[in-house]
Design a protein around this ligand. Structure first.
Ligand SMILES: [Zn+2]
Length: 126
């Protein structure tokens, strides 16, 4: 995990980028930063981080076993952030399933800041 480029495609090293958030060393300062770190969490199988950063109002719709399965059964190839406003991020996540088939997950996500922390609320799949 050392000296690898960050999975979120920021151009920084993983340990200087999303890993700081995944380890809880720093919190996301923007919705986009949280979104990027959640993509990296999928790429590195941090299901606990994905649950923790999902807003409590929608957390019941997710469970960490499903997240883990989705996370490990795909290879996470690339993230493209298309648009980011204060509380919304539109992105494309490129991934490959175990059969080698490539897919693009295009989502418009909504985030909410509470007590200084950003949370993922829900997403519209495009
Ligand atoms: Zn990153």
């Amino acid at each position: 995990m050392h000296n690898v480029n960050c999975y979120c495609c920021s151009g920084k090293l993983f340990e200087d980028c999303c890993n700081l958030l995944l380890c809880g060393i720093i919190g996301a300062s923007t919705a986009e930063e949280l979104m990027r770190s959640r993509y990296s969490a999928f790429a590195t199988q941090h299901a606990d981080y994905l649950m923790r950063t999902t807003h409590f109002s929608t957390r019941k719709n997710h469970n960490s076993d499903d997240i883990m399965e989705w996370s490990v059964s795909n290879k996470w190839l690339q993230l493209e952030v298309l648009n980011a406003s204060e509380t919304r991020v539109e992105f494309k996540a490129h991934y490959q399933d175990t059969a080698g088939e490539k897919y693009v997950h295009h989502e418009f996500s909504t985030f909410k800041k509470e007590d200084g922390n950003w949370f993922y609320v829900d997403g519209l799949f495009l």
